[in-house]
Design a protein around this ligand. Structure first.
Ligand SMILES: Nc1ncnc2c1ncn2[C@@H]1O[C@H](COP(=O)(O)OP(=O)(O)O)[C@@H](O)[C@H]1O
Ligand SMILES: [Mg+2]
Length: 248
């Protein structure tokens, strides 16, 4: 099986600060990869490199076998094949929920307004927010906003969904509804890479957990192994801090 997303030896520095020192990460179709690691370990940088929001210094990122880090590649065209959701402030505040979801399909993908609208309403129905389609984002809870952000990312029918700590900015009682949606999307076969601190969720939903440490993927494997019986001392150390924080 060939990977949908294949990160090969990616190096990324900000000035003197070498954040990624040769990261390898292959994500097969329909698989869910949870990216874990301490704050500042480079999770966001890796997702930003994979979505071409940062330029890699070395290495490659392949999307369906195509080297998207090749400078000759049309980055905008590549981004159209990706769905990206960040921690917060994802939605366009001046657009209704429905317009947030239809904007990219219409403007970027050239779909007809009516087709995009129909599909968007279907997505909103699926996430239980069809009744909010006419609202502006600031009328929604943080959890509802993140669910709409996921719907908006799905609206472009991405090859892979890249999620960067999408529940970190939420009040604890709103985390569950967002994770439930991610689980549903995963069960329907979407390929997902998610940076997360939600270890319980990673354990239940991820096929693979990757521990990013000091600029490399130090350890990766099935959640039970990496989270339950890690090989590396630094993985154990990280997990014990998480346990102390009550998150595992
Ligand atoms: N745009 C940037 N400019 C300079 N340094 C950055 C930038 N983005 C990230 N960094 C640095 O890269 C390191 C990794 O950050 P990040 O990828 O956000 O880690 P994580 O998401 O795992 O918390 C940090 O030291 C951070 O300060
Ligand atoms: Mg981050």
């Amino acid at each position: 099986m060939s990977a949908v997303l294949d990160v090969r030896g990616v190096v990324k520095a900000f000035g003197e600060n070498v954040v990624l020192r040769g990261v390898d990460l292959a994500v097969d179709e329909h698989r869910v990869v949870a990216l874990i690691g301490g704050s500042g370990s480079g999770k966001s940088t890796l997702l930003r490199c994979a979505s071409l929001l940062e330029v890699v210094d070395d290495g490659q990122v392949l999307l369906d076998g195509e080297d998207i880090t090749d400078p000759r590649v049309d980055a905008d065209a590549v981004r159209r094949r990706l769905g990206v959701v960040f921690q917060a402030y994802n939605l366009f505040p001046h657009l209704s929920v429905l317009d947030n979801v239809t904007l990219a399909p219409v403007r970027v993908h050239g779909r007809s307004r009516s087709e995009a609208r129909e599909e968007a309403l279907g997505l909103l129905e699926r996430i239980g927010l069809a009744d909010k389609s006419g609202e502006y984002p600031d009328r929604l809870s943080g959890g509802q906003q993140q669910r709409v952000a996921i719907a908006r990312a799905l609206a472009v029918r991405p090859r892979v969904l890249l999620l960067d700590e999408i529940t970190s900015a939420l009040d604890p009682e709103l985390v569950g509804e967002v994770l439930r949606l991610v689980r549903e999307v995963a069960e329907q076969g979407m390929t997902i890479v998610m940076a997360t601190h939600e270890m319980g969720f990673a354990k239940q939903v991820a096929d693979t957990v990757c521990f990013l440490d000091r600029g490399v993927v130090l350890e990766s494997g099935p959640p039970d192994q990496v989270l339950g019986d890690p090989v590396e001392a630094r993985t154990r150390q990280f997990l014990s801090r998480i346990i102390d924080a009550g998150r595992l």
